[in-house]
Design a protein around this ligand. Structure first.
Ligand SMILES: Nc1ncnc2c1ncn2[C@@H]1O[C@H](COP(=O)(O)OP(=O)(O)OP(=O)(O)O)[C@@H](O)[C@H]1O
Ligand SMILES: [Mg+2]
Length: 305
């Protein structure tokens, strides 16, 4: 765990993002946040999906459930960025940028990790968040339909023949980050909602993902299987990592819950999040870069009109 002695300790930023909706960004963000809280870290969460605010509601549900039944559940410090209603796009970007930066500066001083959940579409905040991520997690459903947000594949060989807009955006965010502070953005594509049945499609998808990871320098990790439990826990703000028997008053924990918990833990391990000096240094470098990036115009190259 990070030391409490560093007065200006900086948080490590984990961003869940991709350009497609409904792939598991919010579910993954929540589970990572709770896993880190359970492991003793100080965790802040930021919801950049100011319209849907699903992560915000997930956390509110958790707080309500915990308060109502006196459960003392661990809850991250949470913020969200309200979508700006300014007239011009440039004013909206500028207002949202300063709100986001204000939240980051407020939280990174006294948290070990900041988990940022983004909206499932291209936008200023999404792109900005990618530039400050230490780890970027892009969940995709296990199908070629979702793969398409990363790149197009040759139908016969499964090789990646063209990178998508999103893949190029991440590559560019990475490049700028490297130039700015020599920081490294660890990009992990997480296969979510895996079918428990092995199919030919799935093994050819794995080979396409490998081809993509070679080309982009990203990593591939297995996420969680398709399980009903992930949909059931949202209204009561729980995760598969919680003590479900206690939090649901004797509700039976099923084999599916146990398997899901195991999968989430394996995912966290695969992320190789920093719990050491190296991670802290990386976070410090990012902070210095952020401090100097006082001109949003520098980021404008990342923006698509
Ligand atoms: N492994 C899973 N098994 C079953 N259902 C899942 C799984 N992961 C996510 N879901 C469900 O899929 C839906 C979309 O998940 P989630 O909201 O996490 O995606 P998202 O990428 O944040 O979506 P959006 O782009 O709309 O913000 C939700 O109903 C969620 O409960
Ligand atoms: Mg979401």
């Amino acid at each position: 765990m990070f030391s409490d002695t560093a007065e200006h300790q900086q948080a490590y930023v984990i961003v869940c993002g991709n350009e497609k909706g409904g792939t598991g960004k919010t579910t993954t963000s929540m589970h990572i946040a709770i896993a880190l809280l359970n492991a003793g870290y100080r965790v802040a969460t930021i919801d950049l999906d100011g319209r849907q605010k699903t992560l915000t509601r997930y956390i509110e549900n958790r707080k309500n459930w915990s308060d109502r039944y006196n459960l003392n559940l661990l809850i991250p410090t949470h913020d969200y960025v309200e979508p700006s209603t300014a007239e011009t796009k440039s004013d909206r970007n500028s207002e949202e940028l300063s709100n986001f930066m204000a939240i980051i500066s407020r939280t990174e001083q006294n948290h070990d990790f900041v988990v940022v959940d983004t909206a499932g579409h291209d936008g200023y905040l999404m792109q900005l968040s990618h530039s400050i991520a230490d780890t970027l997690i892009s969940p995709i459903n296990d199908s070629y339909l979702d793969f398409d947000i990363l790149g197009q594949v040759d139908a016969l060989t499964g090789d990646v023949i063209k990178l998508s807009h999103y893949a190029k955006t991440v590559r560019e965010a990475r490049r700028k980050r490297r130039i700015a502070d020599n920081g490294f953005l660890d990009w992990v594509i997480v296969r979510n909602r895996l079918s428990t049945l092995h199919s030919r499609n799935s093994s050819s998808l794995i080979s396409s993902l490998k081809s993509l990871s070679m080309r982009l320098g990203c990593r591939i990790a297995d996420g969680i299987s398709e399980r009903v439990v992930f949909r059931e826990l949202f209204p009561i703000g729980l995760t598969v990592l919680d003590d479900l028997e206690e939090a649901t008053f004797g509700g039976q924990i099923s084999n599916s819950h146990i398997a899901a918990r195991h999968e989430v833990r394996s995912l966290i391990a695969a992320l190789r999040l920093p719990i050491d000096e190296l991670g802290r240094k990386r976070a410090e470098a990012r902070r210095n870069w952020l401090k100097n990036a006082d001109k949003p115009i520098d980021m404008m190259g990342l923006l698509a009109d």
